[in-house]
Design a protein around this ligand. Structure first.
Ligand SMILES: Nc1ncnc2c1ncn2[C@@H]1O[C@H](COP(=O)(O)OP(=O)(O)O)[C@@H](O)[C@H]1O
Ligand SMILES: [Mg+2]
Length: 275
């Protein structure tokens, strides 16, 4: 994974080549990924979209080194990781990847500080350095004054910000977010997207699964899946958080700004969510 040993292949960080994932269900084969070819660049912010059953979670699990392809190749920062065993994959996850889940996945018995520190414990950091790092990260997500709280004493948005801080402890190459706003109301969801957008502006590569167009609109690329393959790719962010970087919007996207991807007002967002 080190840059010294990575082959120079432009600025790619993630590449799938003819990626197949076939689940065996009794005598039946379920082809969840059917020959996907895709490259994600360093610093990109991708949203993976598509109907239920189209392969989004399967793709996310493979990219996040939580599962292996049936055939094809997965290059992570230039290294083919598709043949690695479970131990090697968990080491990759621990050292190079960050995860944010719909249900936050915090440990209820642990304080905010301990939750954030957890990956550092596995990385062998000492207590003093870990505490410092947890403090810095908690401040970065606006929770510097909540370190001794437990998850049950926090709102959903605060819990997700703890989870984001935890995902950042190892300074990950890629952050994977699976429906990060799925359990949040729309106003809180916007706050979380602003945190993710800021991280992306600071250079973090983000890959996010979402089925909500108004959430996907924050990403600068949207990959639409259908039946285990890529339906289409859209370029350009339609919504940006306050910050120094302006949206990259390609000419063909501009026409859509007035359509479904124009930033919806709250009522429209809520109506879409409740539909
Ligand atoms: N562990 C599994 N075992 C068998 N089939 C699975 C498994 N995970 C997903 N599938 C099937 O693979 C297809 C894609 O699923 P999934 O990746 O979860 O789609 P999505 O996240 O887009 O809803 C579906 O047909 C689903 O039923
Ligand atoms: Mg899914």
């Amino acid at each position: 994974m080190s840059t010294a040993t990575s082959p120079k292949q432009g600025h790619e960080i993630v590449r799938l080549e003819n990626a197949w994932k076939v689940y065996q269900m009794g005598t039946e084969d379920v082809k969840a990924l059917r020959g996907v070819n895709i490259t994600f660049g360093k610093g990109d912010f991708w949203a993976i979209m598509g109907p239920s059953g189209s392969g989004k979670s399967t793709m996310m699990n493979v990219l996040g080194c939580l599962d292996r392809l049936t055939s094809g190749a997965y290059y992570l920062d230039g290294q083919d990781v598709s043949q690695l065993d479970d131990d090697a994959l968990s080491e990759l996850r621990l050292k190079y990847l960050g995860f944010i889940f719909q249900s936050f996945n915090l440990i209820p018995q642990l304080t905010v500080q301990r939750n954030i520190e957890l990956p550092l414990y596995y990385l062998g950091w000492d207590a003093v350095r870990s505490a410092q790092r947890a403090q810095e990260l908690a401040e970065q997500v606006g929770l510097g004054d909540r370190l001794s709280h437990r998850p049950t004493e926090l709102s959903g948005g605060q819990m997700q910000r703890v989870a984001i801080a935890r995902a950042l402890t190892n300074d990950p190459q890629v952050i994977f977010a699976d429906e990060p706003t799925g359990n949040l109301d729309s106003a809180t969801g916007v706050q979380i997207m602003e945190v993710l957008t800021r991280l992306n502006q600071q250079g973090k590569t983000i890959v996010m699964v979402t089925h909500e167009p108004d959430i996907a609109a924050y990403a600068n690329r949207r990959l639409h899946m259908i039946d285990g393959n890529i339906d289409r790719i859209e370029e350009g962010a339609y919504v940006t958080a306050p910050g120094p970087v302006t949206a990259r919007v390609s000419p063909q996207d501009v026409s859509r700004r007035a359509g479904t991807f124009a930033r919806p007002d709250e009522d429209v967002t809520r109506a879409a969510r409740d539909a």
